[in-house]
Write a protein that binds this ligand. Sequence first.
Ligand SMILES: [Fe+2]
Length: 299
Amino acid sequence: MNDTNKQPNYNIYFDRDNIKDALVCMNEYGYCVIRKMIGLKLVEELKYSIDEIMDPARDLPQASNRYHVQFAEESKPLWKLMNHAPYLNYLSQVHQTNNLCLHRSAAILRTAGESCGTWHTDWRGHIKEPRTPNDILNRYSLPSGNWFYLNGSHPDYSGIAVIEKSHIKDWKGPEGFEFNPNKTSFHPTGDFIENGYKKMDVPGCIEVIADPGDLICFAPLTWHTNMATEERRYSCGIGFRPKSIKIKAPWPLPITAQRMIERLPKHLKSYANGYTGIDVQWRANPRIALPKNGKNDTF
Ligand SMILES: [Fe+2]
């Protein structure tokens, strides 16, 4: 990393017909950007879909956000990715099979004025007794980020920042920092912050720069956060897993998932075989308090 501008001194950008080298980069540094994965027409369709589903009255206040953690269950444009040869090629190479099912999906809408988010990893594989839906779903070797930042990503207006090489098993955390007890956030050594650290001055921080239509990928354990938001911003992602990874979810298939499966056209129906949906209210121990608004920021 170049310490002054938080940009890598190695290449992280790859064309969509060179997934092989993109995955080499992701394996080495924990992240990569695949250029022009989708065109600007689909970018606009996805943004409109986020507006219609998540903010139909266009009343999301400034400096706030909304999360949708089953976006594929409602967004038709998101499924256009599954008719898009470059994306299918990416999926088959990253998973090394075409025999895939829907794993999870999400979209985030933010408005200007939000500050930088908490550094975190989505990985929950180290948690021995799963207690939340993320503990159940985020414990497999699946890329954590298959994410479209539909406004692009840039430190001047927001997007994603990652910590290079933080995807390596047994990573000890950034120099000068220590993990919180459950190892899902960190704070300066000796200066505990209950909700985790939220500034960019972390060793290894890369402020990812990408264009609308680029696919930003990161590995299962890679630590990341969103940069401060200076505009209305849209992002979404859809994740799949090999059907060989079978998950017996402790929640029943939600009605919204059932409706999606009924609606899926014939040629996409096989992606529903194995889909668990998500019940964000589910807890292994019902006495555990829900996060604010029943949401969390760990996907
Ligand atoms: Fe995350």
